[in-house]
Design a protein around this ligand. Sequence first.
Ligand code: UFG
Length: 397
Amino acid sequence: MKNKVLVTGGAGYIGSHVVRQLGEMNYDVVVYDNCSTGSPTSVLHGELIIGDLADTEHLYQVFAKHQFSAVLHFAASLSVPESVARPLDYYANNTRNTLNLLRCCSVMNVNQIIFSSTAAVYGEVGENPVTESTLTSPINPYGRSKLMSEWLIQDYAAASSLRYVILRYFNVAGAEPGGRLGQISLNATHLIAAACNAALKRKSAMQIYGTDFPTPDGTGIRDYIHVEDLATAHLDALRYLEENGESQILNCGYGQGYSVRQVIERVKAISGVDFPVIETDRRPGDPACVTACADKISKVLGWLPLYNDLDKIVHTSLAWEMSRVCSLSLGLTSNALSPSCSLAPGISAAITGQPKRLYSSHIPDYWNVATFHELYPFIYLGLLDKLQSVRSKIFKD
Ligand code: UFG
């Protein structure tokens, strides 16, 4: 067994993919997650501790019980519009809780951290691609709460033996090709999730927010990175810190942009569903084009992406979203925490004792739909030909 690491937010979308890869690489993993948006069923490896970073006493207990060599810090709130409406919650959950975590690291002598940051720290981007030395000027509380967290980490590192890798994510999408992990939020507003939901008729139509941007087809351009490649970047960063690498800030993207229209066109082509698209006004604060310069991460970490292909991103997203629709529609409501569920071996370790009683109060009802991995092979293999007919059966149209 390799080193023991703490993964905050390891039950969430990106964290859970990283935890799975850490498990495959034989790390000893402890996940600390309040499961407010993440799911215990997404923790495929290690021990899950349900807890909140605001609960410093509990956090200290966890640090005292385990000897962590490094912390991977994902736990955060991440909706831009929500951050505008509830800024104090964002500064509390993102910035203050990062401070809580750093205090624990300081007291318990943990001196390696990998931090989930965002391209939102750059704000309005004048020039593309964006390099790590591009001026940071976030335009919403979400971006500012993350940039402030970066500063906390940097300032503390300057005064201590802490070394960090700050990863600035561009537009993360896709799902684990094995079908066990993906983005679970029912209200995902991201473009690819929205398009998949329209293809699957969960929504009657989707909207394009702005067709008058100064881009070739008038719609916004983004750099979509597959979550599996992003997860691999964390493993690379961890290895880098273990080999005594110095602190780094690194963009995580492919350096390749796609417009909203291009993404929708691929979702339509791959799903075989020509869903309605409504062109509407720009969303406040949406920049025209944001793409990463990804040279530094490849050079520093030797990062080698395997999914740099919009079709792969769309395929895995569609398969994931569709498997969730099927689970719901076919009435597969068995509890993922039932003994027959093989999804989360780590959970059984975490919940030794009275698992159901302990967890039932923490799990929102919509988690009880998680046998989708059983359906996945059928769905994925038949996706291109069968999506239309399965969809028709589900919705009886
Ligand atoms: N869009 C639509 N219709 C939709 C959803 C999105 O037209 O239904 C457009 C947006 O206007 C934008 C593009 O698709 O032009 C991408 O939008 P997303 O909501 O998918 O993602 P954002 O670029 O707004 O933001 C995402 C994350 C942020 C992160 C940022 C980094 O939500 O947390 O990427 O670039 F900071």
